[in-house]
Design a protein around this ligand. Structure first.
Ligand code: SF4
Ligand code: SF4
Length: 178
């Protein structure tokens, strides 16, 4: 008898829930007519950002490439006369990318960033291979003020050794010799 009462109660609860939702206004979001604003930290299309001076942030250190679990980032490094390193070419195969965000986590210069732009589908799979010119943007993305060379301790056009933010003058390593 108790079991029968329990079953009827469960049935009534279920039906009550069904009736409650029958008369609710639908909340279906009709994509693509309606596009929800996604959070800034959404992991989708990748960009290569610039520092506040408008110069490329990427120093072609290969860290993003090394950490990528599906090996979809490749590049070739080079250095300018002023000491700044850069990638002569930089390629991401979005057909392989799983948008894990590890490349962004690993990047020491805040160059590579994932954005909320997710509408990148293509019928031709080769169009999902993005070159540097497709990835490079003229702003700092989520990290607008950061400039790697102002903290790196490397002598470049941004400053000599000891002239960067929160940096002491270099010590003379021979100064304490007898
Ligand atoms: S988001 Fe993940 S899979 Fe995509 S390029 Fe970065 S590390 Fe590789
Ligand atoms: S995007 Fe960042 S991690 Fe990748 S090579 Fe450039 S500086 Fe290094």
């Amino acid at each position: 008898m108790t079991e029968a009462i329990e079953s009827i109660k469960a049935l009534a609860t279920g039906l009550a829930t069904t009736f409650k939702h029958l008369f609710r206004k639908p909340i279906t979001e009709e994509y693509p007519e309606y596009k929800r604003t996604l959070p800034e930290r959404t992991r989708a299309r990748i960009i290569l950002t610039c520092d506040p001076d408008g110069k490329e942030r990427c120093v072609a250190c290969y860290l993003c490439s090394a950490v990528c679990p599906v090996s979809c980032i490749s590049m070739q490094s080079a250095a300018k006369e002023d000491g700044r390193r850069y990638a002569t070419w930089f390629r991401i195969n979005f057909a392989r990318c799983i948008y894990c965000g590890l490349c962004e986590e690993a990047c020491p210069t805040s160059a590579i960033q994932l954005t909320p732009l997710f509408e990148t589908c293509e019928r031709d799979i080769l169009k999902l291979v993005y070159e540097k010119e497709d990835l490079l943007v003229d702003h700092g993305g989520k990290d607008k003020e950061y400039c790697f060379y102002k903290y790196a301790g490397i002598a470049t056009d941004v400053g000599g050794k000891g002239e960067h933010n929160r940096e002491n003058k270099p010590v003379n390593v021979k100064s304490n010799l007898p």
